[in-house]
Design a protein around this ligand. Structure first.
Ligand SMILES: *Cc1c(COP(=O)(O)O)cnc(C)c1O
Length: 450
């Protein structure tokens, strides 16, 4: 017997603590309970249909209820749901490791599985740290991050995070890091005549601190949760050069940008960059199950080899590492990428998306539109000339997504940046619907009295 809406709402209020949510206000809003999905649509308890405009928080790739993915999952389920990678192996994990090495940038040759984006980042940080210890460079212990960075919610990932709102309170628990300014062109004083000051600053910090720097960590091409901060062309390539020159590892966090989001399979490929460590999660299973991978090079991997009693082992692993169900559905997702020519079909969608976004550009409260592939951020401002933000208490971003919901789309804001990040399978017509709804929702929310 399915429970009715009132019962579920009551139990939600009684028992559930939602992530990234102020529960006080949340209980006063209508609770949307999603009961099923189909393609790019989600359906709620009342049968209302919503376009999934942020891919169920950036994870969905080929749509919901994709037949091949459902089937791959069922087939694996008929064999075994889970067995461990600690001392044992399973076919889906083995084959997925090989496939990931084949499709990621050259030089990455080993795959370490975990469960989510934060653990993929923790693994990368610990490998980078231990690598230099093993190489006899014990002073190389520090990490350089970009301002506004977001790399997950566990404490290591928070240490390399740069969002005061999420991270500041935990400061006493975090390790110390170096920071370079994010290339946030919209709010940069140099915007009119860019002299790449942010990049110069990063180069200076890397050069000055190379003796103590283990790695630079960044999201290539587009910093997602930072507010969709897009890097100028050439930025990533230069970061790779400077890290290589200074003997500092480069960790590319492609948890958000990976699997086609920016138009190429991985964002690093847009600048022909091979990082030393690559973090993958979110879209890896097509948005079906939690699974993550950290890839690294032969050079890094070899440093960990030795006799058991030398204790060079990487002592890290999670209960569900390399879960066979997740790995099986990840393999089926990669098959769809090939079979459907997903990447080949993206350019016309990206172009249409750009055109539709350009039509919004005159709105008096849309200050900046940032797009890389199917990742988009619309920064809303009270005054376009002065770029003044709306008062925080107005929660404008939140008001926009509530309006969008009424109009039939699920969005999610980052403060007053409205994020659009639809599944890659979205059709031209659905893309137009998504941008229409977004525009209308912004109009309604900004026209209303504060
Ligand atoms: C979402 C995200 C993470 C964290 O992933 P979780 O699966 O939520 O732990 C890390 N890095 C980036 C860039 C992300 O977008």
């Amino acid at each position: 017997m399915p429970h009715d809406y009132r019962t579920l709402t009551q139990w939600d209020h009684d028992y559930l603590w939602h992530p990234f949510t102020q529960m006080k206000g949340f209980r006063e809003e209508e609770l949307v309970i999603i009961t099923r999905g189909e393609g790019v649509y989600l359906f709620d308890h009342l049968g209302r249909r919503y376009l999934d405009g942020v891919s169920s928080l950036w994870v969905n790739v080929h749509g919901h209820r994709r037949r091949e993915l459902d089937q791959a999952l069922r087939e694996q389920l008929a064999k075994v749901a889970h067995s461990t990678l600690l001392g044992l192996a399973s076919p889906p994990a083995i084959v997925l490791a090989k496939r990931l090495v084949e499709i990621t940038p050259a030089g990455l040759s080993k795959v370490f599985f975990s469960d989510n984006g934060s653990t993929a980042v923790e693994v990368a940080l610990k490998i980078a740290f231990q690598y230099w210890q093993l190489r006899g460079r014990p002073k190389k212990q520090r990490f350089l991050k970009l301002s506004q960075a977001y790399h997950g919610d566990t404490l290591g990932a928070v240490s390399v995070g740069g969002m005061p709102l999420f991270h500041e309170i935990y400061r006493p628990l975090l390790f110390d890091t170096l920071t370079a300014p994010a290339p946030y062109c919209y709010r940069c004083e140099e915007q009119e005549r860019c002299r790449s000051q942010c990049l110069t600053r990063l180069e200076e910090v890397v050069e000055t601190h190379q003796e103590e720097l283990a790695a630079v960590i960044l999201e290539p091409v587009m910093q997602g949760a930072a507010g969709m901060i897009a890097q100028p062309p050439g930025y990533l390539g230069r970061v790779r050069e400077i890290t290589r020159e200074c003997g500092v590892l480069l960790i590319a966090d492609e948890v958000a940008t990976g699997f086609g989001r920016t138009g190429s399979m991985f964002a690093c490929q847009q600048e022909g960059v091979s990082p030393d460590l690559l973090c993958l999660a979110k879209g890896i299973t097509g948005g079906y199950l939690p699974l993550a991978a950290t890839l690294t090079t032969e050079e890094v991997y070899q440093a960990f080899l030795g006799e058991y009693h030398e204790f060079k082992t990487f002592f890290h692993g999670h209960s569900y590492t390399g879960n066979p169900l997740g790995a099986a559905v990840a393999l089926a997702s990669l098959d769809i990428f090939e079979k459907d020519g997903v990447l080949k079909n993206l350019p016309p969608k990206i172009t249409l998306f750009s055109q539709r976004l350009a039509q919004m550009a005159d709105h008096p409260h849309i200050g900046d539109i940032r797009q890389r592939g199917l990742m988009v951020g619309l920064e809303l401002v009270a005054d376009r000339q002065a770029k003044t933000p709306f008062p925080v208490a107005r929660r404008l971003g939140h008001q926009v997504i509530l309006e969008a919901r009424k109009l039939g789309a699920i969005l999610r804001p980052l403060g007053d940046v409205i994020v659009l990040m639809p599944p890659l399978c979205i059709s031209f017509e659905e893309l137009s619907t998504l941008t229409d709804i977004t525009y209308q929702a912004i109009c309604r929310a900004t026209e209303r009295e504060a």
